[in-house]
Write a protein that binds this ligand. Structure first.
Ligand SMILES: [Zn+2]
Length: 324
């Protein structure tokens, strides 16, 4: 993975914004809203590492630990965890990128309050700040804005269900990543998702077969490739849920082929209308799996390299022979 690589923005297509739909607002209409939960397995394809902010050793020689839960009582096993917030952040950034979301990163002042990035972003692409006009990423994952009236908690919640029991990982001097093959499970609970929102969520989880997510630290070093596989989808139909007694109460469980079929139907419709083509092309290159063999990426040793006449403003591919 090239640490200097970026996904392009299609400046001709600003985010499409609308008010988030809820059941109580669509009574009597035919708008299908999806509610339920999706079980997902995470498998590490390379060693990967997420640090534990509560467990940072002041001794730089002691390796940093992968985040794990704290055993409540002596004798209870300690298990590694991927925080739900990390998974939510990962899926949100995929939806923002592929589904034409607003630019949440360039929203505010940076570099000791010297630069206001919000003003540098064209208005049509700025971070949503109204509850009645929200992009697809803010409708799904929520929008928390201090300076405006806009607080919306979103329609999904991600629970880290379980991870492996602690038994040591691959150790180097500074961090203790978990080895490839390590598996975790998480669950995405969702409610009131419109078809395109549900499709964007499914696409963010499944991507395309030639690419896999990157999660955690050390991505330029080749760490953090993970494969997300949905194992089971439970859909709840609230229209029938309270009318049926003693039956499945409006619940439908899909897995294997039936899950894949629904995913393909929804995602294909989404891809035709809403997918940002240049974004998926770029992300496929960056998250390509398996990675290109025999290619090493590394940072130039001196910061000056970025400012030399041969490097400044150039595409990475065109700087291959610039000495540093
Ligand atoms: Zn937004």
């Amino acid at each position: 993975m090239n640490p200097y690589d970026f996904v392009r923005i299609d400046w001709k297509r600003p985010p499409e914004r609308r008010e988030p739909v809820w059941h109580h607002k669509v009574v009597g209409t035919d708008t299908a809203l999806y509610a339920g939960s999706l079980e997902v397995e995470v498998e590490a394809l390379t060693p990967f590492f997420i640090s534990d902010p509560r467990n940072v050793s002041p001794d730089p020689k002691r390796p940093a630990q992968f985040i794990h839960n704290v055993a409540q009582r002596a004798g209870n096993p300690v298990t590694y965890i991927i925080p739900g917030s990390s998974l939510k952040g990962l899926l949100r950034s995929v939806v923002e990128t592929l589904g034409n979301g607003c630019l949440t990163l360039y929203d505010g002042t940076y570099e000791r309050n010297k630069i206001n990035y919000r003003q540098k972003v064209p208005t049509a692409f700025q971070h949503c700040d109204s509850r009645t006009e929200m992009c697809i990423a803010c409708r799904i994952f929520g929008m928390l804005k201090e300076r405006t009236r806009g607080v919306f908690l979103g329609k999904v919640n991600i629970l880290s269900v379980d991870g492996p029991i602690r038994n040591g990982g691959v150790t180097n001097r500074y961090i203790e990543p978990l080895d490839y093959g390590t598996k975790f499970h998480f669950r995405v609970d969702f409610t009131n998702l419109e078809a395109d929102e549900f499709a964007a969520l499914l696409l963010a989880v499944t991507l395309t077969p030639e690419m896999h997510h990157k999660l955690g630290y050390g991505k330029p070093l080749g760490l953090g490739s993970v494969q997300l596989t949905p194992t089971s989808l439970t859909l709840v139909d609230y229209k029938t849920r309270y009318r049926q007694i003693g039956s499945n109460r409006g619940k439908t469980v899909l897995d294997g082929e039936s899950l894949q079929q629904l995913r393909d139907e929804l995602v294909n419709a989404f891809n035709q209308k809403q997918l940002v083509l240049i974004a998926i092309q770029d992300l496929q290159r960056i998250w390509q799996w398996p990675p290109e063999p025999d290619v090493d990426y590394y940072y130039p040793s001196k910061r000056d390299w970025f400012d030399t006449q041969e490097s400044i403003g150039k595409r990475i591919a065109d700087t291959r022979n610039v000495p540093w």
